[in-house]
Design a protein around this ligand. Structure first.
Ligand SMILES: [Zn+2]
Length: 212
């Protein structure tokens, strides 16, 4: 992943960025270390009109239907002077609690859009499990398109564009990485013999396959 402070490359296993020393705990004195409840849309800047919110909710619903294991959250608010939107996004991804029973999995699959309407700044933070799906070029394209709407004061469109583009990218990757059956039979057929006999099965079920 990219360090949210100096953009150097850091591996998820590293505790702190070896270039600038930034780590998840760096932001605790500034923003706290408590879990915070993170909604799909947090409009702290009060800049979304009702119709913007409604339209954005439709796009977010579509996103969640397509990717039930992932989430897309947006924070709109003024970012403190000593912080960047990327740092706030990173903190939200680490401290945000969604209404779900599998918290960690969801945060790994999270995408957090941070919009500072007054500074006209936007950032996208990606959870560990989804960041590999986005090249730097793809991400900067998405930010550029979203930022164009932001500059024109179209806040709803800025969120919509980012969410739709991220969904498109995830879909593209899901389609190109189709599961291929393993033809390697060196391990036998992959069936373990039962020890100590077995009872006959009362029902046999035909294989059912689902198209994901
Ligand atoms: Zn760094």
């Amino acid at each position: 992943m990219k360090c949210p402070r100096c953009t150097a490359h850091v591996t998820p296993l590293e505790r702190a960025c070896t270039t600038c020393g930034f780590s998840a705990t760096t932001l605790h004195p500034l923003l706290g270390n408590q879990w915070i409840r993170l909604e799909r849309i947090t409009d702290a800047a009060h800049c979304l009109r009702l119709e913007d919110t409604r339209q954005t909710e439709v796009v977010l619903d579509d996103f969640e239907r397509s990717f039930p294991q992932a989430f897309f959250a947006t924070y709109l608010g003024a970012i403190p002077n000593d912080l960047s939107p990327a740092e706030v996004g990173f903190w939200l991804l680490n401290q945000g609690a969604f209404n779900t029973h599998s918290l960690h999995k969801r945060n790994d699959f999270g995408i957090v859009l941070v919009v500072d309407p007054s500074a006209k700044a936007v950032s996208i933070s990606l959870g560990y499990a989804v960041e590999a799906c986005f090249s730097e070029r793809t991400l900067s394209k998405i930010l550029h398109a979203s930022g164009a709407h932001l500059s024109a004061g179209r806040y709803g469109k800025a969120i919509e564009t980012a969410c739709l583009s991220c969904a498109r990218q995830l879909k593209r990757l899901a389609q190109s990485s189709q599961w291929t059956p393993d033809h390697n039979l060196s391990q036998g057929m992959g069936l373990e013999p039962l020890r100590g006999g077995h009872r006959p099965a009362s029902h046999s079920r035909a294989g059912v396959s689902h198209d994901a």
